[in-house]
Design a protein around this ligand. Structure first.
Ligand code: NAD
Ligand code: TYD
Length: 358
C-alpha cells in the first residue's frame, strides 16, 4: 500500500486534498498528515476521516528536524505532498520572519529528511518515490498588462514577503532536483476558493461579514485581478501531477477564471441574496451598501493569471467546476457550517481581525 506524507493537511487546501484522496483511493492508500496546528490548522476539517485505519495525524512542526526525521524512519514514505506554510500575504507584510521560518526552513528540513530516507548508496533514489511541492503563482510577481499570462518559463519576481518565501522554497526544491536528481515536482497554482478556507482570505471573509451585516473591506480601487480555482480542482491536479507528470517538471495550475476583486464581492452579495430564504433573518443584513473601500495593501500585486497549457497538454488536467457553480457550493457550505465559522473566528483570529481592520 502506498504511503503519503501530507504536510499542512489540517489547513484549507490540505484538508480538501486529503478528503479528495480518500474519496478516490479509499483503502488502497495510507495518509500520514503532519501539521503544527497553527491558527490556520483545524482538525475539525478532517473529522469525517479522522477514524480511518489508513489515516494518521501527527502534530509536529516541519522545522523540527528530529520530529520529521523520526516520521521518515518509522514509516516507508512513498509520496510527500508538501502544503504546510504560512499562507496569508497580509500577515506576511506584518510579520515576515515566521514566513521565512516555516516556508523556507521548513521546506529545507523536509527535503533533507526525504533525501536521507530515499537516497541509495550509489546516489540514486529508490524507485517510485516522489515529492510534490505545492506552490503559488504569486512567485511570478504582478502582471500589469491585459493579455499577459504566467507560464512555467516566466522569470520569478516575487513582491511580497509571502511570495518571496514561497519563491525561495521553490528554488530549494529546484536545487535538490538539479544537484541530486531528487525526484520532485513543483506546482504553481492560482487563488483557490471552496469549503474550509480560513476567513482571513477574500472570499470567506466577505461571505462571513455579509452574513453578519458587517462592512466588506475592498482594498484600493477593487480592480486587482485574481484567477480563481475551485479547491477540489487543485487537489485533482496535484494527484494527476504525481501520477502522470514528468519528474523534475514544474506545472502551472489555473482555470482561466480572472475576476476583479469588486466583481467577486458583488457576485457573493448577489448569490447570498438569491440563496437565502425570505424567512432567514440574515437576508435583510446582506447589502451592497456594506462595500467599503479601505486603504490598499502595501505593494499590492495588480493581476495574476495562469496559463495552464502545459498541464492540459501533458497530463490532461482541466478544471471541472465552473466559477458560477463553485461559488454557489462554497456559499452553501458556509451557510451549513456556521459553527465551523464561529469556532475558527474565536480567539486568535478575532485579535488579528481587530488589529488588521482597526
Ligand atoms: P492554510 O494557511 O489554510 O494552511 C496551512 C497549514 O499549514 C495549516 O494547517 C497550518 O497549521 C500548517 N502549518 C503552518 N505552519 C506549519 C509548520 N511550521 N509546521 C507544520 N504545519 C504548519 O494554507 P492553504 O491555503 O491551505 O495553502 C496550502 C499551500 O498551498 C501553501 O503552501 C500555499 O502557499 C499553497 N497555495 C495556496 C493557494 C491558496 O489560494 N490558498 C494557492 C496556491 C498555492
Ligand atoms: P487574498 O484572499 O488575501 O489572496 P492573495 O492576496 O493571496 O491573492 O486576497 C485576494 C485579493 O483580495 C487581493 O487582491 C487582496 C484583496 N482583498 C481585499 O480587497 N479585501 C480583503 O479584506 C482581503 C482579505 C483581500
Amino acid at each position: 500500500m502506498r504511503t503519503y506524507l501530507v504536510t499542512g493537511g489540517a489547513g484549507f487546501i490540505g484538508s480538501n486534498y486529503i478528503q479528495y484522496m480518500f474519496r478516490k483511493y479509499d483503502n488502497t492508500i495510507r495518509i500520514i498528515n503532519v501539521d503544527a496546528l497553527t491558527y490556520a490548522g483545524n482538525l475539525e476539517n478532517l473529522k469525517e476521516i479522522a477514524n480511518r485505519e489508513n489515516y494518521t495525524f501527527i502534530k509536529a512542526d516541519i522545522t523540527d528536524k528530529a520530529a520529521i526525521q523520526k516520521i521518515f524512519e518509522e514509516n516507508d514514505i512513498d509520496r510527500v505532498v508538501h502544503f504546510a506554510a504560512e499562507s496569508h500575504v497580509d500577515r506576511s507584510i506584518r510579520n515576515p520572519e515566521i514566513f521565512v521560518q516555516t516556508n523556507v526552513l521548513g521546506t529545507a528540513v523536509l527535503l533533507n529528511c526525504a533525501k536521507a530516507a530515499w537516497e541509495q548508496e550509489d546516489g540514486s533514489f529508490k524507485e517510485g518515490k516522489r515529492f510534490l511541492h505545492v506552490s503559488t503563482d504569486e512567485v511570478y510577481g504582478s502582471l500589469e498588462k491585459e493579455g499577459e499570462y504566467f507560464y512555467e518559463t516566466t522569470p520569478y519576481a516575487p513582491r511580497s514577503p509571502y511570495s518571496a518565501s514561497k519563491a525561495s522554497s521553490d528554488m530549494l526544491v529546484k536545487a535538490y532536483m538539479d544537484t541530486y536528481r531528487f525526484p520532485a515536482n513543483i506546482t504553481n497554482c492560482s487563488n483557490n476558493y471552496g469549503p474550509y478556507q480560513f476567513p482571513e482570505k477574500l472570499i470567506p471573509l466577505i461571505i462571513n461579514n455579509a452574513l453578519q451585516g458587517k462592512k466588506l473591506p475592498v482594498y484600493g480601487d477593487g480592480k486587482n485581478v485574481r484567477d480563481w480555482l475551485y479547491v477540489e480542482d487543485h487537489a485533482k491536479a496535484i494527484d494527476m501531477v504525481q501520477e502522470k507528470g514528468r519528474l523534475f517538471e514544474t506545472y502551472n495550475v489555473g482555470g482561466h477564471n480572472e475576476k476583479q476583486n469588486i466583481e467577486i464581492v458583488t457576485i457573493i452579495i448577489e448569490t447570498l441574496q438569491e440563496q437565502l430564504s425570505d424567512t432567514d433573518p440574515r437576508k435583510a443584513l446582506v447589502s451592497k451598501d456594506l462595500i467599503t473601500y479601505v486603504e490598499d495593501r502595501k505593494g499590492h500585486d495588480r493581476r495574476y493569471a495562469i496559463a495552464p497549457d502545459k498541464i492540459k497538454a501533458e497530463i490532461g488536467w482541466e478544471p471541472e467546476t465552473m466559477f458560477k457553480d463553485g461559488i454557489r457550493q462554497t456559499i452553501q457550505w458556509y451557510f451549513e457550517h456556521e459553527d465551523w465559522m464561529k469556532n475558527v473566528t474565536s480567539g486568535d483570529y478575532q485579535k488579528y481581525y481587530e488589529e488588521m481592520y482597526e
